[in-house]
Design a protein around this ligand. Structure first.
Ligand code: P6P
Length: 335
C-alpha cells in the first residue's frame, strides 16, 4: 500500500515517543512554529497583491531598513508562540532585547531564537526568503524573569534548529539531533508533508562556491587565495561554479541539496563578518553538521563558539566537509 503522506506534526510526535522523558512542550513549540510558518508563507506568496511590500521607514537594531514583511513575520511568530505555554522567552533579530512571556500566558521550558524573515531585502524582487529558528532549553528556573544571558548558549546545546524557505514551494527543514528532514507545504490541505527524509549533503557533491565576490578587495590574503583556488587560477585545479542568491536560507538550502560551500567571510576592517551567530549561523550549522557537512568560522567549529552577545556576528563557512576544511587551511595562513 502506498505510504500515506506524513504530516510534520505526526513526524514530530512520533520522534517524541523516542524520548520517554519528553513532556510535549518541545513537540508543542515545534508544531506551533509550523503554524506560524504557514501564516507567513501565505502572506509572502501574496506579497505582490496586498500592501505588505516595501519599507516601513524604520530601521532595526542593526540600522537596517525594516520591511513591512519583516515586521509582519516577526509579529506573527511572537504572537503565535508566546501564548502556547512552551517557551520561557524569545530572542528575535528584529528586536534589541529578549522578550519574556507576558501574563496571562504560561511559561514553558524552552527558548526560541528567530530570524523571522532572512533575506527580506530580496522580497520586492520576488527572490526566495526564509525564516531561521533555533530552540534551546531554558537553564534557569521557569519564571518570567528572562535575561539575554539565558540565551547565550553554545550551538551544541541546541535542542532543534532549522529554517522555512519561501521559494518555488515552501519547505520546512529541521533537525532535533536525529538527522535532517524536509517537509514541503501542500497549500491545498495546509500541511507540511515529509518530502526529504534524512537529508545528507552530497560528498564531494557539486563543485559550487557561494559568496559575494564584490568584497574581494576587502578580504584577507588567505581568503583571496582561497577564492583564486575556487576560480581555478591555482595550478591543476578545475574551476568551481559560482552561485549566490544573497538570501542565506536559499544559498544554504542549495548547498544542502547539491553540495559545495556557502561562505560569508569577514573583511580586514570587519573580521566578524555580517551574519549573526545566534539566530542565523548556529542554527544552520546544526542542520549542516546533522546532514554530514561541516560549519566553521574559518578557524573553529561554529557550534563550539561560546556566545558573548545576543546579536554578535561571525564569519560563516558551511557545506561539504572537504571544502570547509580546505577553507580553514587557506585561512590558517592569516594567523
Ligand atoms: P550581502 C540578507 O540580508 C543576509 O542577511 C543573508 O540572508 C545573506 O546571506 C546576506 O545578508 C547577504 O549579504 O552583503 O552579500 O548583500
Amino acid at each position: 500500500m502506498e505510504q500515506e503522506p506524513l504530516a510534520v506534526e505526526t513526524f514530530i510526535t512520533e520522534q517524541e515517543r523516542e524520548h520517554p522523558e519528553a513532556t510535549g512542550a518541545f513537540t508543542g513549540a515545534l508544531t506551533t512554529l509550523c503554524l506560524a510558518a504557514k501564516v507567513i508563507s501565505s502572506s509572502v506568496n501574496q506579497a505582490g497583491l496586498v500592501d505588505i511590500l516595501g519599507k516601513t521607514g524604520r530601521r532595526n537594531v542593526h540600522g537596517e531598513n525594516v520591511k513591512k514583511l519583516d515586521e509582519y513575520a516577526n509579529d506573527v511568530i511572537i504572537a503565535t508562540l508566546q501564548r502556547r505555554g512552551h517557551l520561557a522567552g524569545i530572542a528575535s533579530e528584529e528586536v534589541e532585547d529578549v522578550l519574556a512571556i507576558p501574563e496571562p500566558y504560561q511559561v514553558g521550558p524552552y527558548l526560541l531564537l528567530i530570524d523571522p524573515l532572512d533575506g527580506s531585502s530580496n522580497i520586492d524582487a520576488n527572490i526566495s526568503v526564509g525564516t531561521i529558528f533555533s530552540i534551546h532549553r531554558r537553564l534557569g528556573p521557569p519564571d518570567r524573569d528572562i535575561q539575554a544571558e539565558d540565551f547565550l548558549q553554545r550551538g551544541t546545546a541546541q535542542c532543534a534548529a532549522g529554517y522555512v524557505l519561501y521559494g518555488s514551494s515552501t519547505m520546512l527543514v529541521f533537525t532535533t539531533g536525529a538527522g535532517v528532514h524536509g517537509f514541503t507545504l501542500d497549500p491545498s490541505i495546509g500541511e507540511f508533508l515529509l518530502s526529504h527524509r534524512d537529508m545528507k549533503i552530497p560528498s564531494p557533491g557539486k563543485r559550487i562556491y557561494s559568496v559575494n565576490e564584490g568584497y574581494f578587495m576587502k578580504w584577507t590574503e588567505g581568503q583571496q587565495r582561497l577564492m583564486r583556488w575556487f576560480r581555478g587560477e591555482e595550478d591543476g585545479n578545475e574551476a568551481f561554479s559560482a552561485r549566490y542568491v544573497g538570501s542565506m536560507v536559499a544559498d544554504f538550502h542549495r548547498t544542502l541539496l547539491y553540495g559545495g560551500i556557502f561562505m560569508y567571510p569577514g573583511t580586514r576592517e570587519k573580521p566578524e563578518g555580517k551574519l549573526r551567530l545566534m539566530y542565523e549561523v548556529a542554527p544552520l550549522s546544526f542542520v549542516c553538521e546533522q546532514a554530514g557537512g561541516s560549519a566553521s568560522d574559518g578557524h573553529q567549529r561554529i557550534l563550539d563558539i561560546q556566545p558573548t552577545e545576543l546579536h554578535q556576528r561571525v564569519p560563516a563557512y558551511l557545506g561539504a566537509t572537504e571544502h570547509v576544511e580546505l577553507a580553514e587551511q587557506f585561512l590558517a595562513a592569516d594567523g
